[in-house]
Design a protein around this ligand. Structure first.
Ligand code: BGC
Length: 569
């Protein structure tokens, strides 16, 4: 697991010449193949503008015969320049913009809609284009012929039966993983060893148990015998996992979507569906980092080739949709999609695109947006729940630390992001979860009040409880402590504070360690590293002598206990 950050500047989408060429060929073939098909379409275009920049949201409705891929085109009236785009591959030549569908959103039945968008820049007036073409046909809102109406299928939604709770954390205790508990107890953590933590199903072998350890059934059996109300599992084995970092690269290659489905998700779903567990609420956190990586790591100076591959082949989206379909179909399973954290998706340029991507992904599942119960923020990260002394205002936003973000903590980010998700089509019943396992920032370095320093950077640095060198630092952070103890319904719109990352388990090794887990060495875990574009070229802030990600890191556990906030008594 890694968590990265960046604030993309407006820049052209990166499309390799080869993939553009291949997509062009595909589009040509389809156009030829459907030359006699009835065509018709409607396009909506709206923008949110800020001085010189804007976010554009587009909706396409296919009013003609079904298509298997689409190409959308328009001309700008002014000097608008497309920057980062989502839900399509964008190219621009002078005023002419071409967007091609991706592998997962190309198929549009008659009357089906899809959405896409981009961040752009302009000077002068940002006049909206009015003429759009879809697969060569001008979209005037009328059908090319009267297509046989395709009835909208009524979504089959077995998961929303009477037994599906509004907040699965409420009214019961959380499962305490005896394996984590024993580690914690054996390493000075008796005071917290009875807290519920999530079990990470981080490889296929974890389903049956690695090296004689507990597998999924053993955990579920133990949860039932503990009388737990809920048990938490992290679904974490996508093809091409952790595409913007190395420490948690996994076992499946970029194209292994078939294995992900049949060897990973299918067996997990079939165990969770066992009627023995029907009275247990099974909470799943779906694929940390993956969809956020598709927002922030596919273009500009934070792009990685691995993330571009995962965007192009669609396997993150397909994998998450497959997981949602299988898991949501079980009425006592609850799904929370990973929504990164404020220092990743908080900036305008990432905030709306991420919410839109999540909406597109969910709408592509059998139950649509109802396949998602909520979102988890700060998974395995260190962003505080609240920054009590650091206000967000026109002054502090100019500091290096805040860097124009509108959010400095997870409570404000989570609440605002939830509203955006609802605006983009999610149910108003969705709940947020904050991973508070390691976001405490207590101890003697914790600020105790606001600062009166006149220099804005000095002021902000004195006020912030988050002591990281940079908000993009994510590996084994020096100075961090345990955060709020797990709690149900801690605030309006929040289902829980949960310990998703089991405290004491490493984020990644400080130097290369050979292993058979697919894990790489990421220099963000090396305390001597000076950083890169993902963390503003800042020190990594990582502790030394860390083992591989997921392995017990005693020194870190001791630090977490010592700097816990609230303190451990
Ligand atoms: C690792 C997983 C581990 C999880 C929880 C991730 O960073 O890649 O192997 O299970 O953390 O500690």
């Amino acid at each position: 697991m890694k968590v990265n950050v960046h604030r993309p500047r407006a820049s052209r989408s990166v499309v390799t010449a080869l993939s553009a060429l291949l997509l062009g060929l595909v589009a040509t073939l389809i156009t030829i193949g459907s030359a006699h098909a009835a065509a018709g379409c409607k396009v909506t275009y709206g923008t949110n503008d800020w001085g010189g920049g804007f976010t554009a949201n587009l909706g396409i409705t296919n009013l003609g015969d079904p298509v298997t891929s689409w190409t959308l085109e328009w001309d700008f009236a002014g000097n608008q320049q497309v920057g980062q785009g989502w839900s399509g591959t964008f190219t621009q030549s002078s005023k002419h913009v071409t967007v091609k569908s991706l592998s997962y959103n190309g198929a549009l039945a008659t009357n089906a809609s899809t959405s896409l968008g981009f961040n752009g820049s302009y000077s002068g007036t940002n006049t909206a284009p009015t003429t759009f073409k879809l697969n060569g046909t001008t979209c005037d809102g009328t059908a090319g012929s009267t297509p046989t109406p395709t009835p909208t299928p009524t979504p089959t939604d077995p998961g929303d039966g009477g037994s599906h709770a509004a907040n699965p954390f409420a009214g019961g205790k959380g499962y305490v993983n005896p394996e984590w508990s024993a580690e914690a107890k054996g390493d000075g953590g008796t005071a917290v060893a009875n807290q519920p933590t999530a079990v990470w199903l981080d490889r296929i072998a974890a389903i049956n148990g690695v090296n004689g350890g507990m597998g999924l059934r053993a955990h579920l059996d133990a949860a039932v015998s503990q009388g737990a109300g809920y048990a938490q599992f992290v679904i974490y084995d996508l093809p091409g996992r952790d595409c913007a970092a190395l420490a948690s690269n996994g076992e499946l290659g970029a194209t292994d979507i078939g294995r992900y489905q049949s060897e990973y998700i299918d067996p997990i779903a079939s165990i969770m569906a066992d009627s023995k567990y029907a009275n247990l609420k099974i909470i799943t956190y779906i694929e940390p980092d993956s969809l956020p990586n598709l927002v922030t790591n596919v273009s500009g100076n934070t792009a990685t080739a691995a993330c571009q591959t995962m965007q192009q082949n669609g396997n993150y989206v397909k994998g998450v949709q497959y997981a949602l379909n299988k898991l949501h179909a079980i009425s006592n399973v609850y799904t929370y999609i990973d929504a990164a954290h404020h220092g990743w998706l908080g900036w305008d340029s990432n905030f709306n695109p991420a919410a839109q991507l999540f909406a597109t992904v969910a709408k592509g599942t059998t139950a649509g947006v109802n396949s998602v119960d909520g979102f988890v923020v700060n998974t395995a990260n260190y962003s505080p729940t609240t920054e009590p002394y650091l206000p967000v205002n026109d002054q502090t936003r100019q500091s290096k630390w805040v860097d124009w973000n509108y959010y400095v903590d997870e409570s404000s980010f989570g609440a605002a992001f939830r509203q955006q998700l609802i605006a983009d089509g999610f149910s108003s019943g969705i709940g947020m979860v904050i991973d508070t396992s390691r976001n405490g920032w207590g101890g003697s370095s914790r600020p105790t009040g606001p600062s009166t320093a006149s220099d804005i950077n000095t002021q902000v640095n004195a006020e912030r409880v988050d002591r990281r060198p940079h908000v993009g630092d994510w590996c084994n952070q020096s100075g961090a402590g345990l955060g709020a103890r797990p709690a149900a319904a801690p605030a309006t719109g929040f289902d829980a504070y949960a310990w998703v990352k089991p405290p004491g388990e490493s984020d990644g090794s400080s130097s290369a360690i050979s292993n058979d887990e697919g894990k790489g060495f990421d220099r963000m875990c090396d305390p001597t590293y000076g950083g890169n574009a993902l963390n503003g070229n800042s020190p990594s802030g990582a502790l030394a002598n860390a083992p591989l990600s997921g392995h017990w890191f005693s020194a870190q556990f001791h630090q977490l206990l010592q700097n816990a906030y609230p303190a451990v008594s």
